[in-house]
Structures are given as structure tokens and as C-alpha cells.
Design a protein around this ligand. Sequence first.
Ligand code: TYM
Length: 335
Amino acid sequence: MEEKKKVIFSGIQPSGNLTLGNYLGALKNWVKLQDENKYECYFCVVDLHAITVRQEPKDLRRRTLEVLAIYLAAGIDPKKTTLFIQSHVSTHSEAAWLLNCFTYIGEASRMTQFKDKSKRYGEAVSVGLLDYPILMAADILLYNADLVPVGKDQTQHLEMARNIAQRFNNLYSPTFVIPEGYIPEDGAKIMDLQEPTKKMSKSSDNPNSYILIMDQPEVIRRKINRCVTDSIGVVNYTDEQPGIKNLITILGAINGLKPEEIVEKYKGKGYSQFKEDVADAIVGELEPIQQKVQSFLSDKKYLENIYKSGAEKAYYVSNKVLRKMQKKIGFIPKA
Ligand code: TYM
């Protein structure tokens, strides 16, 4: 008998333009995992998560399709993988409500990302922002995902999903698979180019601090050229040189070389050659993707076919788990 394939689930928010961090920390690994052909993969554009902070409707619409096009251009294959838009599959919001009732306010408000963001928004922080990891737990648990490929910044949220699942299973009976994180060896945390002790983020106010997947080659070269390094002048992989360390991580995540190999290669060479090579590597990786994104975006019908059939499959699979949850909780099944 054929063994049941392990399930993978992940998603990216269309809340800003995607960065090199999203690509190297998540998307590039999704493609790798998909192409191993041993997993059942679900990748989602998590638009419900995006509205935890205010979004301009037309920008949200544009970015949602652009993120889908980026998934495809990076190599996600809709023949192998279920691709969908989160808000098209109503089970996610429904399951999130149920899981809310099995989550403690204490554990939700301890999340570092919530604490950071709520500092920024003060009293005007939305309840949605507090609820965000619970919706994320719903995303994952509804598919009984075994593996969740994400960057390092999501490990705390993942831990919370595991705790909620465990709690529900203990209270009723085994319902959810307890998911494991899959954090890449290289690229798990790409840092800000201007403040390399901070994570590179699409929500930063300074465009020089990140590289966007859709940045033009000359913009990428300029941002790398201007990125903050140090006055030591030696390419070394050490916490004392966070800017250089970050560039080594980026280069390694693209060309597969280990940090020590990169350090060896640049022995006796200055930063300018190194930066130039890093910029070339990024441009070489992103340029073909950018061209494909444009061609996918010019065929809206094709995109529509993909997200429509993806949502149907996702609904079918997730609704079974949702019904199980409802039944265990004590709701009367719909006749
Ligand atoms: P989001 O949209 O903030 O980020 C998407 C993915 O990109 C990774 N990432 C990074 N990796 C390395 N270096 C960086 N600088 C960097 N910045 C972002 C993130 O770790 C993430 O993997 N809550 C999630 C989206 C989500 C999700 C899910 C993920 C919703 N439901 C279910 C997995 C499973 C988020 O906001 O990611």
C-alpha cells in the first residue's frame, strides 16, 4: 500500500511587497520541498492576516495577485501543489474562532511580534493583531500539516500552534497532527541592510533597508553598495561584523556555499568586490523570476483558474477537519 505523504503548509502575507527575506527564508525552500515529490503541499496567500494592519483595498488586491504570481514564478507548480488565497476558504476564519476559545490571552499577548507591533500602534492596536497567531494555527491545523517551512521569526507562532493543538487533543481526543517547523539552514533570518541586527522586513519605513523580490537590477546593486558594513575590511562570518555576516548568509543561501567557503574565497579582497558579487548573485536569482511574474500577471484568467481550483481542493480537505472539531466541541451537525 502506498504510504500517506506528509503534509506541508505555509503562507506569506500580501501586506507589503515581498522581500529577499521572504524569498530566501520561505519561498525558495518551499520550491525545494515541493520538488522532492514526497510531500502533499499547500501554499496560501494569507490575505486575512494582512488586514491586521490597515490596507488600502486596491493595493491589497494588486499585491494578493502579485504574491500568487511570485509563488508561480519562483517555481511553485500548481500541478503538484495546492495554491490558494486564504479568504477564499471560509473554514480558516471559522476554525480560528473555535481555536480562540482554546487559547489564553496570556499566551497570545506574550508573542514577541505582537509586543513589538503593539508598541508601534499603542492603544490603536487591533484585536486582530493579537489574534493573528491563532488564525495561523487554524491555517496549519486544518490541513493536519506535519511540516511548516518558515523563517526563524515564525518559530514562536508555530510553538503556539503546537500548544493549542495539544490542548485540544488532550481535552477531547486526538484531532490534530502536532506540526513541526522546518527552518532552513541558510537564510532563516535575513537582516536589515541598514541596521543588520534587525530582521529585514517589508514593513520597514526605509526602502534602503530591504531588497524587494521585484526590485530592478540597478536598485538591487545600489542598495547592496550602500548597505551598512564596518571598518574592519576583512570578509568574516562573525557577530562583530553583522552587516558582512548578513551578506555572507545571502550569498550562501543563493549559491549553496558554506560561510567558511565564502570567507576563504574573499581572503585578501576588499568589501567592494564582495559586495559586487553579492549584488550579481541576487540579480541573477531574481531577474528571471521578475520576468515570469510579469507574464503571469498579464494572464489574469490563468491566475483565476489556479486560485479557484486551489480553493476548492483546500475547502474540501479543511472542511473535514473543521467538521470534526465542531462535532467534538458539541455542535449539532448540519442535517
Ligand atoms: P510573513 O508574511 O511575515 O513572512 C512570510 C515568510 O517569510 C519569512 N521571513 C523571513 N525569513 C528570513 N529572513 C527574513 N528577514 C524574513 N522575513 C520574513 C517568514 O518567516 C515567513 O516564513 N504569519 C506568517 C504567515 C502565515 C503562515 C501561516 C506561515 C500565516 N499562516 C501558516 C506558515 C503557516 C507571516 O506573517 O509571515
